[in-house]
Design a protein around this ligand. Structure first.
Ligand SMILES: [Zn+2]
Length: 497
């Protein structure tokens, strides 16, 4: 048996000004050929499960590319063509294959095609029309009809933070190998809901996702159902097919797949109001944080969530925290390579005045970058390299580029050269900050921080700053998103009702 295994992942925020070129893929993870196996074996990625299963089945594997970039703006043509080209070339030159197992995201928007995954799968099918294809997607995938029509089966993560990436890959891979061996015959039912859900309302420890994902697991115990996926979708994408979708794979029984799909859609539709985030004024929320006695309190700068395409240098929330005099705060993290260089020149212990952050304009929300002038001390310098020990991306090597800790008025700010969402405590421990001993942990994150920080978190305050990952739809302009869609159109109807 010969199998093609590849990964090509990006969550594209069409409002983000952060460019997505090949360098951005290289900065987080991009490997080719046999290097793919070396880089991902033993990690908590779907492709690691594909590798384990293929090897256990005695298959010969070809791994043209495995690449992921942290969320940001449109994937540039050159990057998209390079990565898709590696996969298509392998199909043409190293085939024939018995099947392909792909680790994709589902919310990739390329400059050349708003449906990055649909376009990739369509091109794969053009080269190899009968190739069985299994795909794992992120729960935030905006899954399209074109995707569903161009693969054999797919599965998505059931937890957010995504601590079950390997598990999702393993489930998908097992069904696929069973299908290749003729033990099962996958048939899929796919449908979308007209609901643009906020990712801030999709954490699986909370409702409504807790019950909805429990329901997908329950559906999987029904006769003939092989796997069931409920996608929350990714709302920071002005593309026609953004939003919630459901896919159910059954063993030969189309009616069972369709029934299961309908039950999940109906349950998600009934919960649609719960997917809307309610705003609290920033000043009021910071004042509330000040009165909380327990520690540490997590402060979420969710409008500048790097893991959804934030610029990581919006200073609105940090400014308000300093203005209201909160102390014993650790901030993870502001991206400002110029400030890091200035701190490296000054050296550890030096007092320095910086125009920190605010280097990136955000034209999609009509905001220009506003640095914050601060005087403080350089506390630590680092090369920004560490290994993830927490439950998300476990075992992956992280690089935030040259990194420094700047301390001002009782606030320690980790300043990095690359964008990085703090979903692992390593962002602090790698630079000598113990999160357990801080009063406040100010994180440019939304839900993923829970992977690494839930052991520390005693209370949480969500802070509405300024940024391209705002949860306030009114700040974003949707030109091509299909309408009507809830909650942009409060009277939107689910067509089956
Ligand atoms: Zn995700």
């Amino acid at each position: 048996m010969r199998l093609l295994l590849a990964m090509m992942k990006h969550e594209t925020n069409t409002f983000s000004p952060v460019p997505t070129d090949l360098a951005r893929f290289r900065a987080w993870g991009m490997h080719e050929g046999p290097e793919v196996v070396k880089a991902y074996r033993g990690t908590n990625h779907p492709i690691a499960a594909f590798i384990d299963l293929a090897e256990a089945a005695g298959a010969e594997i070809v791994t043209p590319v495995a690449a992921e970039a942290m969320p940001s703006g449109l994937v540039q043509r050159e990057a998209y063509e390079y990565l898709a080209g590696r996969i298509l070339d392998a199909l043409r030159d190293q085939g024939p294959f018995d099947g392909a197992m792909l680790d994709l995201h589902g919310a990739m928007v390329a400059e050349t095609d708003w449906d990055g995954e649909g376009a990739l799968l369509e091109r794969i099918r053009a080269v190899a029309p009968d190739l069985p294809i299994a795909v794992t997607f992120d729960m935030h995938g905006n899954i399209t009809r074109r995707v569903a029509d161009n693969c054999t089966l797919f599965n998505c993560y059931k937890s957010y933070p995504h601590t079950d990436m390997y598990k999702a890959g393993e489930a998908c891979g097992r069904i696929f190998l069973d299908a290749l061996a003729g033990r099962v015959k996958p048939v899929m039912a796919f449908a979308q809901l007209p609901v643009l859900a906020q990712t801030l309302r999709m954490g699986t420890a909370d409702e409504p996702m807790h019950s909805l994902q429990a329901m997908t697991r329950e559906e999987e115990t029904r006769p003939s159902i092989l796997c069931a996926s409920l996608f929350g979708g990714f709302p920071m994408a002005d593309i026609p097919e953004a939003g919630i979708s459901v896919i159910v794979v059954a063993d030969g029984d189309r009616a069972a797949a369709a029934d299961s799909c309908d039950r999940l859609l109906a349950a998600a539709w009934a919960q649609r109001e719960e997917f809307v985030y309610r705003h609290e004024p920033l000043e009021q929320a910071v004042a509330r944080a000040k009165t909380i006695e327990v520690r540490p309190v997590v402060l979420l700068d969710h409008a500048d969530n790097v893991g959804s395409g934030g610029t990581a240098d919006s200073m609105t929330v940090i400014r308000e925290v300093l203005r209201q005099g909160l102390t014993d705060v650790a901030v993870g993290a502001v991206r400002d390579p110029e400030a890091v260089q200035a701190m490296m020149r000054a050296g550890v212990g030096a007092e320095i005045t910086l125009d920190l952050g605010g280097k990136t304009d955000m034209p999609s929300i009509g905001a220009t970058g506003e640095p914050l002038r601060l005087t403080g001390r350089v506390r630590r310098l680092s090369d920004g390299e560490w290994t993830v020990r927490g439950p998300m991306y476990t075992g992956s090597r992280v690089t935030t580029g040259p990194t420094a800790v700047f301390e001002t008025a009782g606030v320690s700010i980790v300043v990095t050269s690359l964008h990085h969402e703090p979903w692992d405590a390593g962002i602090f421990t790698s630079v000598g900050i113990d999160p357990a001993h801080c009063r406040y942990l100010l994180l440019k994150s939304r839900i993923h921080y829970r992977a690494g920080f839930s052991p520390y978190e005693k209370a949480r305050v969500t802070l509405d700053g300024v940024g391209v990952t705002t949860s306030d739809n009114a700040q974003l302009t949707f030109d091509v998103l299909r309408r009507p869609i809830y909650p942009l159109d409060p009277d939107a109807k689910w067509p089956r009702n």
